[in-house]
Write a protein that binds this ligand. Structure first.
Ligand code: GLA
Length: 390
């Protein structure tokens, strides 16, 4: 793979002298959805697919970026002294936003760059191709400019770039899991304190399968921001009576005691999801660590129902794909993953029933929606890093 990308670099930029290679994965969240910006817990893992970057320094202050995924856009050029969002730079705004955030934090690149990117995460599938390009940019900046910067700070700067430059008000889960991921482990992250632990994922007789609805998210960002606003309102209404910092501070029973303060049913259901999902996530990790895979799967199912009924971020396609999985013998658990409204599901399936699962879920989903789904087996890889070229 890298050898081919280095050749591509030479074709695009003339030669490939002094290039270095970098990689940042995509991520899939196993449980803990829409909890990160509510000060709760998440349990994601990094994937083995992601974004590659072949990069080298220039001796001027120009940045030239090229994506093998968007060859029709050609080389996109911008200046280190003019790091401003520009619609016509399309995808290149992601690396540009990250460079700007580095500069704002005192990590000043002192030369321009040529970079070739290639991503093998399905686009728009909710597996965080955007956080992946942000983190691969971060690790290449650190290496090429010999910056003394910790991964957790690169994670925060990448999230900031997404919030302020790209104007997507995401939480920290995606950037954190992509920066800090570890092969064969998922990461339990407390988004309030950023303390985290790794849990080995060894499923013995089962496999994690990602199902892609092939329904792009479309309006996701506006609804995403709407959910955030609703949760902020719920928090404010509770804070008028109780001193909590975030919805993640409440246990389900504490929530039941304070919920009458919430001004309407919608706000109440949104907050209920945030509180119960946080609790479910901690419980699910505990069960997994005890070897109770069935119990973990049950909580995945509960998570989906809560996202469908209380948080209302699923939609026809995600529900159809999850229901088809639930109908299938050998499905231990199934739920939507990521922001919702489209994108992917994550399924825990007994190996003995995997082939039927893939066949039956495909046709049932196709019949319900007219769309053809895709399935990928989850391989849990390491976080963002430099790669050795040959
Ligand atoms: C998107 C965001 C994350 C998180 C999830 C929902 O992936 O980028 O920060 O909020 O949605 O859990």
């Amino acid at each position: 793979m890298l050898e081919g990308l280095v050749k591509d670099f030479a074709e695009v930029f003339g030669d490939a002298h002094h290039v270095r290679a970098f990689f940042a994965p995509g991520r899939v969240n196993l449980i803990g959805e829409h909890t990160d910006y509510n000060g709760g817990h998440v349990f994601p893992c990094a994937l083995s697919v992601g974004t590659y970057a072949i990069a080298r320094l220039r001796n001027d202050r120009e940045v030239n970026v090229y994506s093998k995924n968007f060859p029709e856009e050609g080389i996109i050029n911008f200046q280190l002294d003019h790091l401003v969002y520009d619609e016509k730079d399309k995808w290149a705004n992601y690396p540009k936003g990250v460079i700007r955030e580095f500069v704002k934090n005192g990590y000043e690149p002192n030369a321009g760059l040529d970079v070739l990117f290639f991503g093998n995460i399905p686009n728009g599938a909710g597996l965080s191709s955007s956080a992946s390009i942000e983190l691969v940019t971060s690790v290449l900046l650190k290496a090429l400019f010999r910056l003394q910067v910790e991964m957790v700070d690169m994670v925060k700067m990448s999230q900031k770039a997404e919030n302020e430059f790209m104007k997507v008000n995401c939480g920290i889960m995606d950037q954190f899991s992509i920066g800090m991921g570890r092969a064969n482990h998922a990461l339990l992250l407390d988004c309030n304190t950023l303390s985290y632990t790794y849990s080995p994922i060894s499923l013995k007789d089962a496999t994690l399968v990602i199902g892609n609805t092939n329904k792009r998210r479309g309006l996701a960002d506006s609804k995403y921001n709407e959910r955030r606003t609703e949760c902020e309102q719920a928090l404010k209404e509770i804070q008028e009576h109780h001193s909590i910092q975030s919805l993640g501070d409440l246990t389900p029973s504490q929530f039941e005691e304070v919920k009458h303060h919430l001004s309407n049913d919608v706000i109440q259901r949104r907050a209920k999801h945030a509180v119960y999902e946080n609790d479910r996530t901690k419980e699910a990790v505990h069960l997994l660590e005890m070897g109770d895979i069935k119990g973990f799967g049950q909580l995945m199912n509960d998570s989906h129902r809560s996202l469908r009924d209380d948080y209302e971020v699923t939609g026809l396609e995600l529900d159809a794909l999850v229901e088809a999985a639930w109908n299938q013998q050998g499905t231990i658990g199934a739920r939507m993953t990521g922001a919702g409204f489209g994108g992917c599901t994550v399924n825990l399936v007994e190996n003995a029933h995997l082939d039927e699962f893939l066949k039956n879920v495909k046709w049932q989903y196709e019949e319900a929606t007219g769309l053809i789904p895709e399935f990928y087996t989850v391989e849990i890889g390491d976080g963002a890093r430099e790669m050795n070229i040959g």
